[in-house]
Design a protein around this ligand. Structure first.
Ligand code: OGA
Ligand code: MN
Length: 275
């Protein structure tokens, strides 16, 4: 059996079909992983999966990490609920409202996760789109002099609980943090990828503060250029799989009075980012 892989009309991403996400054979898993490495984002259209099925599907891409927060809407600790829904006044999930700046999930960890698998369950009528930037293409289009300048630099990445917009970030002393290469190589493909994002990358360690700020602003503006970005408009039952090593992602704003419910499983990595 061969799956169908249809590249999106976008700088990254492919729609994959012709298989049952509830029954992934080793052969299909292999084809999905090839498509994942080539296109960086996979789009699967329905059917809606149960929590158990979503976890099993996620295992096609590696081992599953636990969610940080247990939700009353999750039947297993691997399920991360992303939602603005409140029950008895309490949020049932993480990342509830509105816009999110571009980021890599868990880049504040020494070993950030390899992939994210996100299913749309309740979608607002407008907005709440998820955008992905192709960080390999963004790297490859940099001028050679800038590539040379970036080579060997490292950056500090931090996570501030409760903030999804960079300008609101007021870093607490206990905010988790990790240093990583500013350009990382994806082991399976040998491709280089920019590893900095607006929300979580705070400074380049080897440069004076002002120079670091200017270079990070330049890189973030560059990678957020629409020519590197695919913006996904969700339909109920869609599942997106993204390579969290070489894509960064963001979310557009949406009306807080509308419900939005997504479930994610997080695929761990076996190794730390390499230069
Ligand atoms: C995530 C995330 C964006 C969204 O799941 O890591 O950033 O669209 N989600 O909710
Ligand atoms: Mn995210």
């Amino acid at each position: 059996m061969s799956i169908q892989v249809r590249p999106l009309d976008a700088p990254l991403g492919a729609e994959v079909s012709g298989f049952d996400p509830r029954n992934i054979t080793p052969e299909v898993a292999n084809e999905l992983n090839q498509a994942f490495l080539k296109h960086h984002v996979l789009v699967v259209h329905g059917p809606g999966l149960t929590d158990d099925e979503l976890i099993e599907f996620g295992k096609s891409f590696g081992h599953i990490e636990a969610a940080r927060k247990i939700s009353p809407l999750a039947s297993r600790p691997e399920i991360m609920v992303i939602s603005n829904i409140r029950m008895n006044g309490e949020l049932v999930g993480s990342l509830p409202d509105g816009e999110m700046n571009f980021h890599f999930d868990r880049i504040h960890q020494k070993k950030p996760n390899k992939a994210g698998v996100l299913q749309g369950i309740e979608i607002p009528s407008k907005g709440g789109n998820t955008s992905f930037s192709n960080m390999v293409m963004a790297y490859e289009t940099l001028p050679d002099a800038l590539k040379t300048k970036l080579d060997g630099l490292t950056a500090l990445n931090t996570f501030e609980y409760g903030t999804t917009i960079d300008k609101d970030k007021a870093l607490a002393a206990d905010a988790p943090q990790a240093n990583h290469p500013l350009v990382r190589t994806i082991p399976e493909t040998g491709k280089k990828s920019i590893y900095a994002c607006r929300l979580m990358t705070d400074r380049i360690n080897e440069l004076p503060a002002a120079e670091s700020r200017a270079l990070l602003d330049e890189l973030c503006d560059h990678v957020e250029n629409p020519k590197f970005v695919y913006e996904h408009v969700w339909k109920v039952g869609d599942i997106l799989v993204w390579d969290n090593r070489c894509t960064s992602h963001a979310r557009t704003d949406f009306d807080a009075s509308e419900r939005r419910l997504m479930k994610r499983v997080t695929v761990g990595d076996d190794r730390e980012p390499i230069r």
